[in-house]
Design a protein around this ligand. Structure first.
Ligand SMILES: Cc1cc2nc3c(=O)[nH]c(=O)nc-3n(C[C@H](O)[C@H](O)[C@H](O)COP(=O)(O)OP(=O)(O)OC[C@H]3O[C@@H](n4cnc5c(N)ncnc54)[C@H](O)[C@@H]3O)c2cc1C
Length: 311
């Protein structure tokens, strides 16, 4: 039985693993995808100590650091379920393998939100994708739309504008929630067309995407002809597995944790974008900080059998 089971190979999970390993706790870290959301950040300008680094390079550094410890066992696999067993918890992986540990840290981040419009499912992977910064480079010289007004949408539009002929940034409001840094970048691009106070109500095409239909006309038409649609309208926390284990979540589905990153189930902790911590400020620095605190709590829990944990 491992001391710590960590689910998530992103910023929070890897940071937690670095700390549990340095506490000499045997650690099993598993995730469906290497690097998590950080892999989609084209440019990270706020990771202290690195003025400019790409998300994939930053995540590679995290991975190398965590896996440099003998105490850490690493696996790429989707976790299907987590249940209580005598002395701790058991993970069941997609292939049926089971792994047991005294504690669990949920660091599973979030899942991209879907639009729910007709055509979205049909053309998913045929022009509709959920990561502008990852997929923009397949649309060199083409016309695309990015849907949304947060960081992912606005950064995505700025990156897409480097290669696409035209980028329609379609947002339901007339102001952006994104960091001013990215808003300025996107405003500086001549090939970005701002389609504000409009919603996409349908995605049209035959074999692949050909156009989007809007709820209100834009420049005299309610359809925009294009080749690709990047849906960047937010994300929901990946809390299905913690909920099934009995962990409380808030009204929006975030994993409820206290200042020690402890969930409502003793021995179970949370870190990163999945949690209610850090005032919901979902960033690399906050995910890393929460991962460190969760690991410290695991150390306290394992070394005192839970006796020293705050309520
Ligand atoms: C385009 C973009 C740009 C960004 N730029 C910045 C930036 O410049 N600066 C900044 O500070 N932040 C930035 N962010 C935010 C930052 O990337 C996130 O806050 C951070 O990566 C969250 O880390 P995490 O470890 O909590 O979750 P994630 O990185 O989402 O990791 C979740 C992990 O859990 C795994 N997982 C989920 N479910 C399961 C399951 N059932 N079984 C197994 N594994 C599972 C996933 O595969 C993944 O490995 C950006 C985000 C985006 C989208």
């Amino acid at each position: 039985m491992y001391d710590a089971l960590i689910i998530g190979l992103g910023c929070a999970g890897y940071t937690a693993a670095i700390y549990t390993a340095r506490y000499k706790l045997s650690t099993f870290i598993v995730g469906a995808e290497e690097g998590g959301l950080g892999m989609t950040a084209a440019e990270v300008g706020n990771w202290p100590g690195n003025i400019d680094i790409t998300g994939p390079d930053l995540m590679e550094n995290f991975k190398k650091h965590a896996l440099s410890f003998d105490a850490v066992t690493h696996k790429i696999a989707r976790v299907k379920s987590v249940e209580k067993v005598a002395g701790g918890f058991q993970l069941t992986l997609d292939g049926g393998e089971t792994v047991q540990g005294k504690t669990v840290i949920f660091a599973m981040g979030s899942n991209k939100r879907h639009l729910g419009a007709p055509g979205e499912k049909e053309f998913s992977g045929k022009g509709v994708t959920y990561c502008a910064t990852c997929d923009a480079f397949f649309y060199k010289g083409k016309d695309v739309a990015v849907l949304g007004g947060g960081d992912a949408a606005v950064e995505g539009a700025a990156i897409a504008a480097q290669v696409a002929k035209k980028v329609y940034l379609i947002h339901r409001r007339n102001e952006f929630r994104a960091e001013p840094y990215w808003v300025d970048k996107v405003k500086a691009r001549e090939n970005v067309v701002f389609v504000l106070e409009r919603n996409v109500v349908e995605i049209l095409g035959d074999q692949k995407v050909k156009a989007v239909k809007l709820d209100k006309p834009f420049e005299g038409s309610d359809t925009i002809t294009l080749d690709g649609v990047f849906i960047e309208i937010g994300a929901t926390p990946a809390t299905e597995i913690p909920k099934a284990l009995g962990c409380a979540v808030d009204q929006r589905g975030f994993l409820t944790v206290n200042g020690a990153q402890q969930t409502t189930v003793p021995g179970v902790f949370g870190a990163g974008d999945i949690t209610t911590a850090s005032n919901f400020f979902a960033q690399f620095t906050t995910a890393a900080g929460e991962g460190a605190v969760a690991a410290n709590s695991v150390f306290n829990y394992v070394s005192t059998a839970g006796a020293k944990m705050p309520a």
